[in-house]
Design a protein around this ligand. Structure first.
Ligand SMILES: CC(C)(COP(=O)(O)OP(=O)(O)OC[C@H]1O[C@@H](n2cnc3c(N)ncnc32)[C@H](O)[C@@H]1OP(=O)(O)O)[C@@H](O)C(=O)NCCC(=O)NCCS
Length: 189
């Protein structure tokens, strides 16, 4: 299948990464407010390496975490997209949907708009059977995005993130799911 390089929503481009995105991406990933629910903030080298891994995922699977660009200003504002879950759990193998936006662009509906666009791509173009999302129990902002795009909390699938240490305060995670059939039903209202 041809790689899905770009998607578009009313206010956003979900596009491929450019080298010029690095300064703003690194600033976002170094912001403790943005990274509150991740184990650590990232330095510039770690952010550059992450962009490299994202590009590698596109090369391998033909989809991934797209760079988000506001159509009104052309500003790079973060990422949203689909990726293979990179650890083993009861719910894997699975494709997850994920997002991270610079805090100046929160509260404007951009994360939900991008997430909706990525989810539609997952079902309509990639023909996925199901998409999952997960985050630490305390990350309610992210869970609101999951709910906004029609995902359902699956309490039986709560899990301890295997890549976090046993005593880590962010270790307990909630799992949300949406099947292709459920997504079709959300379209019908
Ligand atoms: C998770 C995250 C992406 C959510 O961003 P967000 O801007 O709150 O999410 P949305 O795009 O859905 O915006 C929703 C808010 O915008 C408001 N809004 C304004 N205009 C809107 C519009 N046109 N459409 C929809 N919502 C709009 C809504 O009222 C809502 O506000 P509320 O939360 O007070 O009810 C953001 O907090 C983030 O990047 N966090 C750090 C990274 C992270 O934790 N990622 C997830 C890890 S698993």
């Amino acid at each position: 299948m041809e790689p899905i390089l770009q998607l578009e929503s009313a206010r956003l481009l979900l596009r491929q990464w450019r080298d010029e995105d690095l300064p703003e991406f690194a600033r976002m990933c170094a912001d403790p407010q943005v990274m509150r629910y991740f184990p650590t903030v990232l330095n510039r080298l770690e952010s550059a390496a992450l962009i490299g891994r994202i590009r590698g995922h596109f090369a391998e699977y033909g989809f991934g975490l797209w760079a988000l660009e506001r159509k009104d200003s052309g500003a790079f504002i973060g990422l949203t997209g689909l990726m293979q879950v990179n650890f083993d759990a009861d719910f894997t193998p699975a494709v997850e949907i994920a997002w991270r936006l610079s805090s100046e662009h929160w509260g404007l509906g951009y994360a939900s708009e991008a997430a909706w666009t990525a989810l539609r791509c997952g079902f309509e173009r990639l023909s996925l059977d199901e998409v999952v999302a997960f985050t630490s129990e305390s990350n309610t902002a992210s869970q609101k995005v999951m709910q906004a795009i029609g995902m359902h909390y699956d309490p039986q699938s709560d899990f301890s993130h295997p890549l976090l240490a046993a005593e880590h305060p962010l270790r307990r995670h909630v799992l949300y799911r949406i099947s292709h059939a459920q997504w079709l039903r959300t379209l019908q209202g």
